[in-house]
Design a protein around this ligand. Structure first.
Ligand code: 3PG
Length: 217
């Protein structure tokens, strides 16, 4: 599949809702009720990070059982991660940065990649490879909305999903930028709510996040 088709898929995913939850899941049995709560709250695209042994099972379960969810894989670092997530049913992949090997794996795969960039040079290198949709990571430590806003004029082809250090309160600063479609964040799926099975609490956090649609530029 060519890069342009995959870029269109990434754009469609980024436009589903103003926030993509970044999930760190310890127990794969929590995956389906968590994803149902997020979808019910208006947040369909869900990034499950490969930071725990449960992650691939969680992706598999959401892909198979949760209607309306678009499950993706996060913290993709290697070609092996990329292929394992594709096999598990992930619909998109997110990486904190890129390496030549990871980009080669993405070129050979149908799974669309949202690659991370933290500098103008990284963003330009990815643009040369055909990537117009990037994760800006780590958003707040790297310079926040001020830095990302400063890229809008010189790099008008690019659109970003800033992630890292963003909250419900600070999300509007990013979403109001012309080069941002959505933000990523872990605040929708806090560990205590996952562990305690507080699915209505997660649905409520999703509802609040979905309302941010009103501030998207
Ligand atoms: C991460 O690195 O875990 C993601 O970027 C999410 O960051 P956050 O926990 O600061 O929302």
């Amino acid at each position: 599949m060519n890069i342009e088709t995959k870029q269109q898929q990434v754009e469609a995913t980024m436009r589903l809702a103003p926030v993509i939850p970044v999930v760190i899941i310890d127990d794969a049995r929590h995956a389906v009720p968590m994803a149902r709560a997020l979808v019910a709250g208006g947040i369909p695209a869900i990034e499950v990070t490969l930071r725990t042994p449960a992650a691939l099972d969680a992706i598999r379960a959401i892909a198979a059982e949760v209607e309306g969810a678009v499950v993706g894989v996060g913290t993709v670092l290697t070609p092996k991660d990329f292929h394992a997530a594709e096999q598990a049913g992930a619909r998109f992949a997110v990486s904190p940065g890129v390496s030549p090997n990871l980009l080669a794996a993405a070129d050979d795969s149908a799974l669309p990649l949202l690659p991370g960039a933290a500098t103008a040079s990284e963003a330009m290198t990815l643009l040369e490879r055909g990537y117009r949709y990037l994760k800006f990571f780590p958003a707040v430590p790297a310079g926040g909305a001020k830095l990302l806003g400063a890229w809008a004029s010189p790099l008008p082809q690019l659109r970003f999903c800033p992630t890292g250090g963003i909250s419900l309160t600070s999300a509007p600063d990013f979403l109001a930028l012309p080069n941002v479609f959505c933000v990523g964040g872990s605040w929708l799926t806090p560990n205590d709510k996952l562990k305690g099975g507080d699915w209505s609490g997660i649905e409520q956090l999703a509802r609040e996040a979905a309302l941010l649609k009103g501030v998207v530029a």
